[in-house]
Design a protein around this ligand. Structure first.
Ligand SMILES: Nc1ncnc2c1ncn2[C@@H]1O[C@H](COP(=O)(O)OP(=O)(O)O)[C@@H](O)[C@H]1O
Ligand SMILES: [Mg+2]
Length: 130
């Protein structure tokens, strides 16, 4: 377990860029943390680090956004991820990053990396990487 303290959104973006360098197709990142904890910010950094130039947004009605090789999943609107086809991503060579991943815990493969973001204060976030 590694714990990082981020002092700004830019810090979290930068951490995402660094994290991206360690990722390979088939990897699954399970992000947890409250609304505003910086999950989407981290995904933006990961996308940038993977060389993705499309703007990563918070999926609203779309649960899964594809930015090959990144699949960005946001389960905020769901109580359970059953029936949304998440397995199709987890079993394929995507780098799948899931916000509110506690809502699909039963579907996650054993090799999933868990990352918890916690709000410390307005600009400070604790990021725990399993
Ligand atoms: N250290 C930090 N890391 C990430 N976001 C931060 C930080 N400090 C402040 N913020 C702000 O917190 C918000 C995080 O939003 P977002 O990434 O959408 O969170 P989530 O997806 O977890 O709901 C943004 O408005 C961002 O500017
Ligand atoms: Mg989000």
């Amino acid at each position: 377990m590694a714990t990082i303290i981020s002092h700004s959104a830019a810090d979290t973006l930068q951490f995402g860029r660094q994290l991206a360098a360690t990722l390979k197709p088939g990897d699954v990142l399970a992000l947890s943390g409250d609304l505003g904890a910086g999950k989407t910010c981290l995904v933006k950094g990961i996308a940038a680090g993977l060389g993705i130039t499309q703007a990563v947004t918070s999926p609203t009605f779309t649960l899964i956004h594809e930015y090959p090789p990144l699949a960005h999943v946001d389960l905020y609107r769901l109580d359970s991820a059953a029936g949304i086809g998440l397995e199709d991503y987890l079993d394929a060579p995507w780098i799948t990053v899931i916000e509110w991943a506690d809502r699909c815990a039963a579907l996650l493969p054993a090799h999933t990396k868990h990352i918890r973001l916690t709000v410390v204060d307005d600009t400070t976030r604790q990021i725990e990487v399993e």
